[in-house]
Design a protein around this ligand. Structure first.
Ligand SMILES: Cc1cc2nc3c(=O)[nH]c(=O)nc-3n(C[C@H](O)[C@H](O)[C@H](O)COP(=O)(O)OP(=O)(O)OC[C@H]3O[C@@H](n4cnc5c(N)ncnc54)[C@H](O)[C@@H]3O)c2cc1C
Length: 546
């Protein structure tokens, strides 16, 4: 990403002027998009087992199911996303082997879900990991274990695997009818706006270096290790929109870029994102490497599904899939947990000394409702709905400018663009899978979620293709398959006051030294690093209490 765009050049001005005409032409071509034939396109709605999760709305009915099995274990982990798998790996590595993990879905991985076809694997959720700060030692060690770090140079800087470091060209933006390099708008952007963009990134650099009175970095990952200095934390009390207004950042191009960033990272808007979280995204990336820079990312065709599978493979204690945990009760020896086998509708009853609940809070509240009725509201936890679509294509009509990159974003459109899932595959193959991401930020999350659940496959398909046709006129004819996944509660959105507010802190507290909580939403931002950290934190707490 170029953080210091120069003033507009004459060459760029000429390109921009001719691009204006191209935009008009493209605009005219898209008028009839909805009437294109899509009958040749295969596919459908795919996704996690919503029916299983919705069973938690009627827990009394679950208690009536016949019991088929009784089990005991030292530590029971509920939830097989990154946080639950991270807890399991950590416990196993520390010698705690009597661990059982329950996952309600048919696969582990949670939001790092992925699919695969003859052309490529492709993500349905999380798809990249920025290279970490070296002080995040646990994560660096994990990346070494999975072969993402292949060694260290003489300055002890990690050397990342060329297979996993995102290859060039990495990012492009379709703006004014032209694919420019990088996502910060440059093409056709007036000088005064470029100046503001430059000032914003200068401010980010200052925040990157900043430390609080306690000597801690103002912004870091895991965010729990960030400074407690009020000077920085008070940024959490206002929205990112208010912060930008206060600082005089009025450029529509800068505002678009930051809106895009909030939507992409948090599924929220400038108004619904805490200023602390908005700045954290930019100011916390401090990765170092022998062969990459701080903004480099690691990616795989299956996205972070690679990392989730590796976390799973690094431990050997049992995992039971299709088991929906609920009804936690304290017992004489620890905790009793019920689980519904969603395939057979039978109950498994488990007795555990300690339980780690690695589920999002909108589910957790149902699991612990008898023990902590006060957790039943979770009003501060807001979740963004998302739609992700994988399109299998036999070609991509290319507009003017930079060719296909890993990340491809279209200025001022409904989605946050698409990634090329087989980007890391160096073979020159016209057949590709592209993964389209759209956070549903136009309406309140509840309204958008309900609408998303009732939107048909054909309606999504039309919306997605209409948008892609703007930058890739004629793409519909090249599409053979589209699979669409709706994430009703895709990721936690860090609304103003949430990151350093009380509700998040309270939700982390264990119950009676027996039930511990791990999930990325307990960090207030939904990224692999935080899920990985929350799993280890909860595992350490549980192990100490064993
Ligand atoms: C569209 C999208 C794109 C994303 N992109 C990125 C990205 O590029 N990079 C990144 O770092 N992060 C990304 N994320 C964030 C991602 O959520 C986190 O990185 C991480 O995977 C979250 O892991 P988790 O364990 O905290 O939660 P989850 O993934 O939510 O895992 C929770 C697990 O618990 C299971 N479960 C729930 N209830 C029960 C129950 N009662 N019994 C048994 N099992 C249960 C669920 O099925 C699930 O498997 C993205 C998220 C989405 C939605």
């Amino acid at each position: 990403m170029d953080n210091n765009p120069d003033l507009i050049s004459r060459r760029e001005f000429l390109v921009q002027a001719s691009a204006g005409a191209a935009v008009l032409l493209t605009g005219a071509a898209t008028l009839s998009c909805s009437s294109r034939s899509t009958s040749h396109i295969q596919g459908g709605m795919v996704g996690a087992n919503h029916q299983a999760g919705h069973k938690l709305r009627n827990i009394p009915a679950l208690y009536k199911l016949p019991i088929s099995e009784r089990l005991t274990t030292d530590v029971l982990i509920i939830g097989g996303g990154v946080s639950g798998l991270s807890a399991r790996r950590w416990l196993n590595q520390k010698g705690i082997r009597d661990v059982l993990l329950l996952e309600m879905d048919a696969k582990t991985g949670g939001n790092a879900a992925y699919g695969k076809n003859a052309i490529s694997a492709y993500p349905f959720g999380a798809h990249y990991l920025p290279i970490p700060d070296l002080r995040n030692k646990e994560l660096v060690r994990f990346l070494e274990e999975v072969g993402a770090i292949t060694g260290f140079d003489t300055k002890n800087l990690p050397i990342y695997s060329d297979y996993f470091l995102c290859h060039d060209p990495e990012e492009r933006l379709f703006i004014n009818g032209f694919w420019q390099e990088g996502l910060v708008p440059e093409m056709g952007v007036p000088t005064s706006d470029k100046q503001q963009i430059k000032q914003f990134f200068q401010l980010v650099d200052e925040y990157k270096q900043a430390k609080g009175a306690d000597g801690l970095d103002a912004f870091t990952i895991p965010l729990e290790r960030s400074s407690r200095d009020e000077k920085f934390r008070q940024l959490d009390t206002i929205s990112f929109a208010s912060y930008l207004t206060e600082k005089g950042f009025t450029s529509p191009f800068l505002q678009w870029y930051l809106t895009y960033s909030c939507r992409d990272d948090y599924g929220s808007t400038l108004e619904t994102t805490s200023a602390w979280a908005g700045i954290h995204y930019f100011a916390s990336r401090k990765g170092q490497a022998a062969n990459a820079n701080a903004s480099s990312v690691l990616t795989w065709p299956q996205g972070n599904g690679f990392l989730a599978d590796q976390l799973r493979a690094q431990a050997d204690s049992p995992i039971r899939q299709n088991l929906l945990g609920y009804g936690l009760q304290r017992s004489a020896t620890g905790v009793t947990v019920q689980a519904c086998d969603v395939a057979t509708n039978r109950t498994v009853v488990m007795e555990a000394r300690k339980v780690i609940v690695a589920t999002p809070q909108f589910i957790t509240k149902h699991l612990v409702q008898h023990l902590m009725p006060e957790r039943s509201t979770c009003t501060g936890f807001h979740y963004a709905p998302w739609v992700v679509a994988n399109l299998t294509i036999s070609g991509l009509p290319q507009g003017r400018g930079l060719p296909l990159c890993w990340d491809n974003v279209m200025y001022d459109t409904a989605s946050v663009g698409y990634i090329s899932a087989n980007h890391q595959d160096l073979r020159d193959n016209p057949n590709k899978v592209i993964t389209y991401y759209k956070p549903l930020t136009d309406e309140e999350p509840d309204v958008a979620r309900r609408r998303a659940y009732t939107t048909t496959y054909e309606q999504w398909l039309t919306q997605i293709l209409d948008e892609l046709e703007v930058a890739h006129s004629g793409i519909t004819a090249f599409v053979s398959q589209v699979d669409i996944w709706v994430w009703g509660h895709g990721m936690i959105s860090p609304s103003p006051g949430f990151i350093w507010g009380q509700e998040r802190q309270q939700a982390i507290q264990p119950i009676a030294d027996s039930i511990f909580f791990a999930h990325s939403d307990l960090s207030g931002i939904s990224i692999f690093e935080e899920a990985f950290y929350q799993g280890i934190r909860a595992a350490k707490e549980a192990m100490k209490a064993l």
